[in-house]
Design a protein around this ligand. Sequence first.
Ligand code: FMN
Length: 284
Amino acid sequence: MQPNETRIDRVIRMELYFDTISRAVQSGMGLLLSDPLLQAMLDALTAYYENGQWQADYEADEQGELPSELKRGVLSQDGVYNLLFEIEHRKAIYRGGTMRRKNMGAKAILYPMPVLIIGSYDENGIPNAMNAAWGGISEKTQISICVSEDHKTMSNILARKAFTVSIANAENVVAADYVGVVSGNKEPDKIAKTGWTTVKSDNVDAPLFEELPLALECKLICYDEATCRLVGEIVNVCADERILTDGKVDLSKFRPITYDPVNHDYLALGEKVGKAFSDGLKLK
Ligand SMILES: Cc1cc2nc3c(=O)[nH]c(=O)nc-3n(C[C@H](O)[C@H](O)[C@H](O)COP(=O)(O)O)c2cc1C
């Protein structure tokens, strides 16, 4: 308590602290934890609540000793308690949140990572396939994939200026992994080993695999050896009827897989947890 401060002055002062701190909490814990003035107000409010003065003022108010026009949200039952509790809780999250994070360094970790099967022909028309996780849509009808220049796939694409990108699914996980661990440079029978049936795309000079039900047919736009970035124009997407419901891709039939780059696992994509362009509108 300040020297010569009356009960009313004290309530006015604590009301000011209560309001100011409540507003600061709403704008994030960073401000509250870094501003010395706010910290001093919080210390004073905490002391006021814990040393019995709040209780005395609360009871005086209950007895009708405080003027009715006095603003005194600070004396509302549970008001200060709830605020102090909320601050402790948020502090734990704020501090704990940064401390509990583990830095993993500069790595290619992203979720979900695709399992792209790149199909290509060599100069002699021999089909090949490789597994690629480092890729994604980079423009409305453009795909970018990081493909090492020493892969058979890359020399094929440069020769034929085209490729297909099928999305691996749970049914094909073994063969999909196989084409990621064996190179067509060393295994001329690579596709025969997968058991996949090859058909030429109608739209580009590259093979489709009948067992893989969804594929992007792409023409080469460019390849940069320094960054290994392959960019393709998606000229068509074709999907096998067996994975469609009412003409649309049905994930429960398709069962695409994702690659977990930390544990090196393949996981089936499945559960629907929200509606895009819609759920977020609730917060608008
Ligand atoms: C899960 C997984 C993801 C892969 N992602 C890529 C990738 O994004 N880029 C790449 O150049 N190689 C990647 N690879 C390695 C190639 O698929 C592998 O070297 C393959 O044998 C190349 O085949 P090819 O020489 O017949 O073209 C990946 C392999 C696996 C198993």
